[in-house]
Design a protein around this ligand. Structure first.
Ligand SMILES: [Zn+2]
Length: 447
């Protein structure tokens, strides 16, 4: 009987498989907010305008769009929907509230056409990259260029021909094929007979700065205390797009050309990349489906998930392990914890009202109070925010058992011992009953 019970207890861990360490970081509905606090990531929004006259972006007068975006994004993260389909274990694991929120701390406006432009189609100006014309043949309506250009697919299929006797100008390609050591391009327009100088071809190319860090360098000085979101633009005719290559910045372009809720969904996805998630076409964690069909189709119970990290039209689910992974990272990697909300406020108090053992990393906020006669045991890391403080009430105890209490920002205010009233009055004639700090197994408190 006892044996069977033990097997049942072990079963969930067995099913979760290789990502066991994440389990204690998953904020199941029954988890307390003291042990599984809301992870608040500080966001600095930068709006890049093309010019003062034609901003082609949000303006100060339309900054409510930004508030609306983050209200939607936070709603998506706090009100997740159940998964549309079973995962590889034939289950539908579900946590409603990821306890991950994005706090817009600051909004800046910049007029900068380079920063605004994330995708443009430009003529290749580097003459070394131009294509050398060997022959123009009016009979076959082809231009032969030097070298094998296997991947030669000019953007917009447009070429600009220079230096010929009678065929200069913009021409359009039908197709190109290899011929010996050269490439023959079939042209749409009728070519004229050409003799003598044969000239060069330049072509249009796509310049994609979607994932570049240039704006983060220029406008944020590579600051790592916020997640910088750049609302940018693009002169090429594409729908809204984004790229979140770093925990410290992301670009979202053509915001105003898209449905506003669609942009919030897009941004929720890109933010997912920033905070550590990959696409779901191949599973990052064992509680995700083995495959996920991508292609801007509606989610279904068969092969298209509703995962935020998929390419589906629903984007309203994250698996418990995806969520646990984010909480694990932000309470384990010091550099990331600095982008979280570390401001002291009354609402960010953690109060320990009964004996508690934290055997996971905890990203504390503001003040941590251990009530009278209670004990808090720390066996992993407790990360204290800037100006954070631990208050020990009378006869309370903090035990650091093999763990560590410290602040990644290196300026927390340490442990304060609160004295009881009776103790203050006649402490000289009483046996002192005080709070205790106990360090076990190389446990450490660093100021
Ligand atoms: Zn993506």
């Amino acid at each position: 009987m006892k044996f069977i019970f033990k097997i049942l207890l072990l079963l969930p861990g067995f099913i979760l498989g290789q990502n066991n360490h994440l389990e204690s970081y998953i904020p199941f509905d029954s988890c307390k907010f003291s042990s599984h606090p809301i992870l608040e990531i500080k966001v600095w929004v930068h709006v890049l305008q093309q010019s003062a006259e034609t901003p082609k972006n949000i303006t100060k007068d339309s900054s409510h769009f930004i508030d609306e975006q983050f209200q939607w994004i936070n709603k998506i993260y706090s009100n997740l929907k159940p998964p549309s389909r079973n995962n590889s274990n034939n289950e539908r694991p579900y946590v409603k509230d990821s306890r991950i929120q994005f706090l817009v701390d600051t909004i800046s406006y910049h007029i900068d056409s380079n920063g605004w432009e994330r995708m443009e189609i430009v003529m290749e100006k580097d003459t070394n990259r131009w294509l050398e014309i060997l022959e123009i043949n009016a009979d076959s309506n082809t231009i032969t260029i030097k070298g094998v250009k296997n991947n030669f697919r000019p953007i917009l299929d447009s070429l600009k021909v220079f230096g010929t006797n009678s065929n200069n100008g913009i021409l359009h390609t039908l197709y190109a094929k290899k011929e010996g050591r050269n490439t023959v391009i079939y042209i749409k327009e009728t070519l004229k007979v050409s003799e003598g100088r044969e000239g060069f071809i330049s072509y249009f190319k796509k310049v994609d700065k979607n994932c570049n860090k240039d704006n983060w360098v220029k406008f944020a000085n590579e600051n790592k205390e916020f997640l910088h979101v750049f609302y940018t633009g693009a002169s090429s005719s594409v729908p809204a797009f984004g790229c979140g290559p770093s925990p410290f910045y992301l670009n979202v372009s053509k915001f105003l050309d898209n449905g506003r809720y669609a942009t919030a969904q897009l941004t929720a996805h890109e933010l997912g990349h920033c905070i550590g998630l990959r696409h779901t076409n191949t599973p990052q964690f064992s509680d995700l489906p083995r495959k996920d069909k991508f292609g801007w189709v509606n989610c279904n119970s068969n092969n298209v998930s509703n995962n935020i990290m998929g390419y589906n039209l629903c984007r309203n689910y994250l698996s418990p392990m995806q969520i646990g992974h984010i909480h694990y990272r932000y309470s384990t990697i010091n550099e990331l914890s600095l982008t979280t909300n570390n401001l002291m406020s009354n609402s960010s108090k953690i109060v320990i009202k009964k004996n508690t053992n934290w055997d996971k990393n905890i990203l504390s906020k503001g003040t941590l109070i251990i009530k009278k006669n209670k004990t808090l045991t720390i066996s992993k890391n407790l990360l204290m925010p800037k100006k954070g403080v631990i208050v020990l009430e009378k006869n309370s105890k903090i035990i650091v058992d093999g763990g560590r209490i410290y602040s990644p920002s290196k300026n927390w205010n340490g442990v304060i011992r609160k004295k009881g009233k009776a103790e203050n009055k006649k402490w000289h004639c009483r046996k002192k009953v005080n709070s205790q700090i106990v360090l076990l197994n190389n446990g450490e408190i660093s100021y």
